[in-house]
Design a protein around this ligand. Structure first.
Ligand code: PLP
Length: 443
């Protein structure tokens, strides 16, 4: 039965462009979408997906692309990993829903235990399951306020935490995410995030002290929420010292330190959590995106001493849906048994290739990354570091036309966040296409 319902496998060569995208079938999908879907969707470029395998996507017209974006860092195990597909099919054949907030089932309990034990640190963790990243952020804000009985929240410039009200209020990566949606959640303060390419740790620490001297006492702060590596804000990797500063401050004042690992977590950095890269432990980790290989699931993973909210104070009708839990359990198996290690290995290969491109192409200002979480920042001038704002859009479009899927972030950064199943071929061929695009655009 599984074989009959399994998605068709695509095994021939890629990348290949058989008709300049968008071809006629893609155009039909796009026209219908434009007719009826909300105009708020971004739709980066006219890619209409029909299938995929590993780190390859096939569009509606049979064009095949190397995928360096994984549906925005989500498709961790690729597009239809047999182990994940089987787990989803088996779970769907049993029951689709019963509500984990009110009743029990095996996959829910198992996933809570697996996630709890996936986090490094002496203290036991407890887990709340959600449908999405933004729901995990909302829940974490509620948890921190409930636990501390304080209201203020500290977030960072260029942060992105989601689109619901608390998450949007904590975000500051682009004004379009906030414009005309105010008023925002009160009590949110934004501080500089350490970006080794653009500011100094001292600047960040000074701004924090200034905030506490002039605007809000740290004794009123419920939580500091940060991405241990910023995603949407530009794939920025702060120093370990920055994380240590906030860990120490949170310890001193009893503030809950929350890492939003919705983009960085579940093996992407070569470790299960980005927190493990520097070993600076938060009190709460938030997960989503790659956790379910594309099935909607997220998690709040908190120290037992912090997850103190009582029975009935928080719940979710669909959070921890049995099919999504099965997908997450299969994903964790794969990540723990090889994919995190593959992310580390392929990440090194990619970084090496990108740094070589940087020596030949002055438009590349910075290359940074950890595992398969890599940012390439483009500048008009290496001395002034002026962002090459128009360049990223052009590069995305050109790479798309040549069979490589890229995605921008920040002001002028390409984020490279492919499926963790990426192979050497996908790295080398992708680099070749990227180089051809850079050469063409620089001419
Ligand atoms: N937090 C981070 C770091 C993210 O990158 C995102 C999504 O891009 C979110 C939160 C929101 O997640 P979702 O879109 O699942 O609500």
């Amino acid at each position: 039965m599984a074989a009959k319902t399994a998605p068709a496998k695509i095994s021939a060569s890629y990348p290949r462009i058989v008709v300049p995208p968008p071809g006629p079938k893609a155009q039909a999908v796009i026209a219908q979408d434009k007719g009826y879907a909300s105009p708020s969707y971004i739709k980066e470029y006219p890619l209409a997906v029909a299938g995929g395998q590993g780190a390859m996507i096939e569009d509606a017209d049979g064009n095949r692309y190397i995928d360096w974006m994984a549906g925005i860092a989500v498709s961790s195990t690729g597009y239809n990993h047999p182990a994940v597909v089987k787990a989803v099919q088996d779970a769907a054949g049993k029951f689709l829903h019963v509500c984990g907030t009110d009743f029990y089932y095996d996959a829910f309990s198992k996933l809570c235990e697996r996630l709890s034990k996936s986090v490094t640190g002496a203290e036991k963790r407890r887990v709340f399951l959600t449908n999405s990243g933004t729901e995990a952020v909302e829940g974490a804000v509620k948890l921190a306020r409930h636990h501390t009985k304080r209201h203020a929240l500290i977030s960072f410039h260029n942060a992105f935490h989601g689109r619901s009200y608390a998450a949007m209020s904590l975000s500051s990566s682009k004004v379009k995410y906030r414009k005309n949606f105010g008023p925002m959640l009160p009590g949110v303060y934004h501080l500089p995030f350490h970006n080794p390419y653009r500011n100094t740790l001292e600047d960040c620490v000074k701004a924090a002290h200034q905030l506490f001297e002039t605007q809000i006492s740290p004794e009123e702060v419920a939580a500091v929420i940060l991405e241990p590596m910023q995603g949407e804000g530009g794939y920025v990797l702060p120093s370990k010292a920055f994380l240590l500063f906030w860990r120490a401050l949170c310890d001193e004042y009893g503030i809950v330190l929350i890492y939003d690992e919705i983009q960085t977590g579940v093996g992407r950095t070569g470790k299960m959590w980005a927190a493990d890269v520097h070993g600076v432990e938060p009190d709460v980790i938030l997960s989503a995106k790659g956790l379910g290989s594309g099935m909607p699931i997220g998690a709040i993973i908190a120290k037992e001493s912090v997850m103190t909210w009582p029975r009935g104070s928080h719940g979710s009708t669909y959070g921890g849906n049995p099919v999504a839990c099965a997908s997450a359990l299969a994903t964790l198996d794969l990540v723990e048994n090889g994919l995190a290690a593959n992310a580390a290995k392929m990440g090194e290969r990619l970084l090496k290739g990108l740094k070589k491109l940087q020596t030949d192409h002055p438009i590349i200002g910075d290359v940074r990354g950890q595992g398969l979480f890599i940012g390439v920042e483009f500048v008009t001038d290496r001395a002034t570091k002026e962002p090459a704002a128009e360049f990223v859009g052009k590069l995305e479009q050109l790479a798309f036309s040549k069979g490589l899927l890229l995605l921008g972030c920040g002001k002028s950064v390409i984020r490279i966040a492919p499926p963790l199943v990426l192979a050497e071929y996908d790295v080398d061929k992708g680099l070749e296409i990227l180089e051809a695009c850079l050469t063409e655009l620089e001419d």
